[in-house]
Ligand binder design. Structure first.
Ligand SMILES: Nc1nc2c(ncn2[C@@H]2O[C@H](COP(=O)(O)OP(=O)(O)OP(=O)(O)O)[C@@H](O)[C@H]2O)c(=O)[nH]1
Ligand SMILES: [Mg+2]
Length: 601
């Protein structure tokens, strides 16, 4: 293409990596060095992690599009999440770009999600640039990690061409990139230059009929729904009449009322888009992800975005607890259904089915974290609901029942290897590999049915005193593996409604771990603790102390109460058994038996 072709000044990349390897931080530095900020503008860390949950948890959840300018070029960047539960976001992001920046932590090396995102981008034939990041870490082992990256490419059957990737060494935090480790450098120029040089310019025919693939949705109070996508062929002008090729094959005509490109965190109004442009468009009410915006007269849809199937399911049910409706605004099945339908519009990797009753929905996703994030968002919006124990999505192939299998990588100190192998073995995991880095830590690789992973994180963290690092990745399907042990303990269940008393908590804490504070309102059937034995125990936690000795002061009572174990949403989800629910409201997370009345269980 000639240099007067506007597409030749566009580069579209996705930044991909395992969780926490530094993608979003690198984008910060790219912003800083491309004049996105004015001198006096305050800069927060990881600005692209813009939603509340992302900031609180320090992880990226949604893939987001941005752009920076370097010399005459526009570099559109999709920052992707690294946690495996959000792999669907990565798959979608890869549809927009011509190349990837694969980031690898200079100490941790390639981890399961590195493999997954690289596999997806090799399949999509995207040009890779490998960035070894965090070279400032005292435990960096740059050369070794680079060798591991080559091994990974070979293992994934990369072609000669793909193996010929450029390598950049970075300190993403300081915004420094080098072509050779020993080079002097003060900025990211070597990275920007490699992107310009090695990532192919967008192909596509500017004269052909328009084809713009919608990969994301956004919303503006003034403009309504915005579709974010990439032009593959043709040109789009502001005010053009277009056809939207709907997923169901229908054609819907509309007019583009606004167009924006991305520059840092801002949207910039545009009049013209060419092949390779990534932009947000307005005037497209009702459009959804995967649809194509095309010529008004000769509409031609692009292939629909295909992504991996969900592996885990949870029932979301209307809250039927005695406290239902006290704390939330949205409590009906209608509310739940509408909210889930809305989620389906933008969240490509979940599915929703009816779960046998009008009160209950089966929500399927890639993992517990993904579903927990959805639940957390909903409770913050004012929803109440109950969720059941996560189940695995099985399938039948040639009459054989199969279940999903994951590759589980565990990093732990040497002295815990025995207990880790034992715990994973109990969950039908098979060890595939053991690598001793000689640093006192060992990396173990297992193949484990996804079912066996539910609740494993909490258990292993306890067994290894918080030192184990777990990563898992969907590996394929395996024949149904039979029963797998779940929580070995029973529940302490309140046998009546009332307010918990310090007196009864003090008595009950000998039997197990208590989950509630004194003076908390509870109901019959609510789980107020974990029984040390493996059966459920109905208990009275609201009993008042008989005041026989007036000199015993209440301060004495308080001292003997062990602080309760307050579980997070994810911990609660991992904790419950099949006959139990987590009740979620904007203010509370309670555990309960599905059947509340003690005499009916
Ligand atoms: N020492 C060092 N730390 C870094 C560097 N780059 C990023 N970090 C730190 O690594 C952590 C993770 O950074 P993020 O940018 O959130 O990583 P991410 O890849 O976007 O994470 P996810 O989006 O959740 O997958 C943060 O604490 C960063 O400050 C680096 O070059 N050196
Ligand atoms: Mg991130």
């Amino acid at each position: 293409m000639s240099s007067t072709n506007p597409s030749s000044f566009i580069r579209n990349i996705a930044i991909i990596a395992h969780v926490d390897h530094g993608k979003t931080t690198l984008v910060d530095s790219m912003f800083r060095q491309s004049g996105i900020y004015r001198a006096n503008e305050a800069q927060t860390e990881r600005v692209m992690d813009s939603n509340d949950l992302e900031r609180e948890r320090g992880i990226t959840i949604l893939a987001k599009t941005t752009g920076v300018h370097y010399k005459d070029f526009t570099i559109n960047i999709v920052d992707t999440p690294g946690h495996s539960d959000f792999g669907g976001e990565v798959e979608r992001a890869l549809k927009l770009v011509d190349g990837v920046v694969l980031l690898v932590d200079a100490s941790e090396g390639p981890l399961p999600q590195t493999r997954y995102v690289l596999m997806k981008s090799l399949e999509a034939k995207l040009a890779p640039i490998v960035v070894i990041n965090k070279i400032d870490r005292p435990d960096a082992r740059v050369q070794e990690v680079l060798n591991e990256v080559y091994d990974l490419f070979i293992d994934l059957d990369a072609t000669e061409d793909q193996l010929d990737f450029p390598v950049i060494y970075t300190n993403g935090k300081l915004g420094i990139a080098k072509l050779k480790l020993e080079d002097e450098s003060e900025n990211l120029e070597p990275l920007f230059e490699s992107i310009i040089k090695h990532i192919p310019e967008p192909q596509g025919d500017a004269e052909a009929p328009l084809q713009l693939l919608v990969a994301n949705l956004d919303y503006s109070d003034y403009l309504g729904r915005l579709a974010i996508g990439r032009v593959f062929n043709g040109t789009l002008k502001l005010g053009d009449e277009v056809s939207v090729c709907k997923l169901d094959g229908k054609i819907q005509k509309t007019r583009i009322t606004k167009m924006f490109s991305f520059s840092g965190l801002k949207r910039v109004e545009e009049n013209l888009a060419v092949p390779g442009s990534i932009l947000a468009i307005a005037g497209v009410e009702g459009i959804t992800i995967g649809e194509t915006v095309s010529n008004v007269d000769t509409p031609m849809p692009l292939p629909v975005i295909q992504i991996d199937e969900p592996t885990i399911a949870m029932a979301f049910t209307v809250n039927t607890s005695p406290f239902a409706g006290r704390e939330g605004k949205y409590v009906t099945s209608r509310n739940l259904r509408d909210r889930l339908d809305r989620e389906l519009l933008t969240n490509v990797s979940i599915r929703v089915e009816d779960a046998g009753s009008p009160e209950s929905f089966k929500v399927m996703g890639r993992g517990e974290l993904q579903l927990a994030i959805l639940i957390e968002m909903m409770r913050r919006e004012g929803f109440e609901m109950m969720v059941g124990r996560p189940e695995i999505v099985t399938r039948k192939t040639d009459g054989q029942l199969q279940e999903p299998l994951e590759m589980l990588t565990i990093d732990c100190p040497e002295n815990f290897v025995g207990v880790v192998i034992e715990r994973i073995g109990a969950r039908k995991g098979k060890m595939e590999k053991m690598i001793n880095h000689g640093s006192g830590r060992v990396r173990l690789e297992f193949l484990v049915p996804s079912r066996g992973l539910i609740g494993i994180r909490g258990e292993l963290l306890t067994e290894t005193r918080g030192t184990a690092i777990l990563n898992s990745l969907f590996h394929g399907y395996i024949e149904w593996q039979g029963d797998i042990e779940s929580r070995p303990t029973g529940a302490l269940v309140s046998d009546r409604a009332g307010k918990t008393t310090p007196f009864s908590i003090e008595n009950l804490q000998e039997r197990g771990t208590i989950f509630v504070q004194p003076m908390t309102e509870v109901y019959e059937g609510q789980i107020i603790g974990e029984n040390a034995r493996n059966t459920d125990l109905d208990v009275n936690i609201v009993k008042e102390k008989k005041l026989t000795n007036m000199r015993s002061s209440s301060a004495d009572d308080a001292v003997r109460i062990i602080p309760p174990r307050i579980m997070s949403l994810e911990q609660s989800i991992e904790f419950i058994k099949e006959d139990e629910f987590v009740e979620v409201t904007p203010l509370s997370i309670r555990l309960r038996k599905k059947v509340l009345k003690a005499n009916q269980r």
